[in-house]
Design a protein around this ligand. Structure first.
Ligand SMILES: [Zn+2]
Length: 411
C-alpha cells in the first residue's frame, strides 16, 4: 500500500467513525429553520432516532451484566452481613458493583473525562461568582466559592478509591480478628466495620436513564450512558457538545436558589428580579411554542433557573474547550458555518422527543421544547444563525437574564 492509499484508508476510517456517532447522526436529521423553531429544527416531529433513546440503548450490554456482577460482589463479601450496619454494606456493595462494571467495560477514560469537564465547569462558575456584584453586596461570594469548589461526581476516581479502601480495611481487620477469635464472626464484622468506617465514601448509584442529578449535597451523579459515550467517543467536539449543557445545568442547580431542596440552599439571598426575568422568558417561549399544553409555573422556576445560569456557563465552557480549527471537519460535514451553530444545535440534545410536547402544572421541569428554545436568551444565538429580528425565535426573546458574572445587573 503506498502512502496516499494509506491516507485514503485512514480518511475513510475517520469519516466512518465520525458517522458512527449518535450525536452526529441525529444532527443530520435537521429540517426547517433554526430561527423559527430551534427545537423542531434539530428534533423534527416523528423523527425515528433520538439521542436519549440511543444512549439508553447503548448501555444494554452493561445492564445485562449488572445483576451478575452484583451477585459476584455480594458473594465475595457475604461474610459482612450484620443487621446494624446493613445499609452501609448495601451501599458499599452497590458502589463496588459500579466499580467492577467500570473495569469490565473499560470506562475509566469516560470517568476521567467527566471529572475533567466538571473541574473546568467549576472554574468558569467560580470566575463568574467572583465577578458578581449582588453576591458581594449580600456577603455570599466566599460561601458560594467554597461550595462550588467541593462539588464532585459520585463515581469519580477519589470516591472509587475510598470504596476500595473500605473493603480492603474491612477484610484485613475482619480476618485478623477471626484468627484471634475463631468463633466470633459477628464481633469481627463489627470490628472490621470500625476499621473501615473512616473511608467515608459516597454511595455510587447506577443511573440507567440518559440524565444527570444534582443531589444538592455537593454531589452530582450522571447516567452511566454518558460515561460510556465519553469513553467511546474519540472526537472532542462531539464529546463536549453532548455533555457541556448537562454538566453546566447540574452545577447551576447549586447556584439557583432552590425551591425543591430549600433546606440546603447555599444562598440566603437571590435577586427577586432575576426570578422574574427567568419566568418572563419561559412564559414567552411557552406562549410561542405550545404544542399541546404549555405552562410555566413557580414550581418549575428552579429548573428554568438552572437552565438560564447553565446556558451561559455551557456556552463559555464550550468555547473554552473547542476552537474553530478543531471543529472544522465536523462543521463541514454538517454544513455549518461556525462553532456557535454547533453549540446551539447540540444544546440539551438529550431533550429531543419525536411526539408533540405537553406539560402539566405539576411538573418540576418546563416542557422540553421550551427548555431548548429559551436558549434564544444568549445574544450569540441570533448572531450565529443570522436570525432576523422578526423571526419567531427572536420575537419570543425577552430581556437577557445574566445572573452571574461581571455583566450581571441584578441587585
Ligand atoms: Zn435539573
Amino acid at each position: 500500500m503506498n502512502l496516499s492509499k494509506i491516507k485514503i484508508f485512514w480518511l475513510l476510517f475517520l469519516i466512518k467513525f465520525a458517522e458512527a456517532n449518535i450525536l452526529y447522526d441525529v444532527l443530520k436529521q435537521r429540517t426547517g429553520d433554526p430561527c423559527e423553531n430551534l427545537y423542531r429544527h434539530t428534533c423534527p416531529l416523528g423523527v425515528n432516532r433520538t439521542i436519549s433513546q440511543e444512549l439508553e440503548k447503548s448501555i444494554n450490554p452493561i445492564l445485562q451484566k449488572f445483576d451478575e456482577t452484583q451477585d459476584a460482589v455480594r458473594k465475595t463479601y457475604s461474610f459482612l452481613k450484620i443487621d446494624n450496619i446493613q445499609r452501609i454494606i448495601e451501599s458499599a456493595i452497590e458502589s463496588m458493583t459500579f466499580i467492577k462494571i467500570c473495569e469490565k467495560f473499560n470506562l475509566t477514560k469516560g470517568v476521567q473525562y467527566l471529572e475533567n469537564i466538571l473541574e473546568q465547569t467549576k472554574k468558569v462558575m467560580i470566575e463568574d461568582i467572583k465577578n458578581t456584584n449582588w453576591l458581594l453586596k449580600h456577603n455570599q461570594t466566599d460561601i458560594a466559592i467554597r461550595v462550588i469548589e467541593k462539588i464532585y461526581l459520585t463515581f469519580d476516581s477519589k470516591n472509587q478509591e475510598k470504596v476500595k479502601f473500605f473493603f480492603k480495611d474491612f477484610e484485613n481487620c475482619f480476618n485478623s480478628c477471626l484468627k484471634d477469635f475463631p468463633n466470633s464472626t459477628e464481633v469481627c464484622v463489627t470490628h472490621g466495620y470500625e476499621c473501615a468506617a473512616k473511608h467515608n465514601f459516597t454511595w455510587i448509584d447506577l443511573i440507567k436513564t440518559a440524565n444527570g442529578v444534582n443531589e444538592h449535597n455537593k454531589i452530582i451523579n450522571f447516567g452511566i450512558s454518558f460515561i460510556l459515550y465519553a469513553s467511546q467517543t474519540q472526537d472532542e467536539v462531539l464529546k463536549v457538545a453532548l455533555i457541556a449543557s448537562l454538566m453546566a445545568h447540574e452545577l447551576s442547580h447549586t447556584m439557583m436558589n432552590s425551591i425543591t431542596a430549600s433546606n440546603d440552599n447555599i444562598l440566603s439571598y437571590f435577586p427577586p428580579k432575576a426570578e422574574d426575568c427567568i419566568t418572563k422568558q419561559y412564559e414567552s417561549t411557552c406562549k410561542t411554542y405550545k404544542e399541546i399544553k404549555c405552562f410555566m409555573t413557580f414550581r418549575q422556576l428552579e429548573e428554568a433557573g438552572a437552565d438560564v445560569i447553565g446556558m451561559n456557563l455551557a456556552y463559555k465552557l464550550f468555547k473554552n474547550i473547542i476552537n474553530q480549527s478543531a471543529s472544522e471537519s465536523i462543521l463541514k460535514k454538517l454544513n455549518l458555518s461556525n462553532i456557535d451553530q454547533l453549540f446551539f444545535l447540540t444544546y440539551w440534545s438529550i431533550l429531543c422527543r419525536p411526539e408533540k410536547i405537553t406539560t402539566t402544572e405539576m411538573k418540576d421541569h418546563p416542557a422540553n421544547n421550551i427548555r431548548i428554545n429559551a436558549v434564544v436568551q444568549l445574544p450569540e444565538f441570533q448572531k450565529s444563525f443570522n436570525c432576523s429580528a422578526d423571526s419567531t425565535m427572536m420575537k419570543s426573546r425577552t430581556d437577557q437574564c445574566l445572573i452571574y458574572g461581571k455583566k450581571s445587573k441584578f441587585k
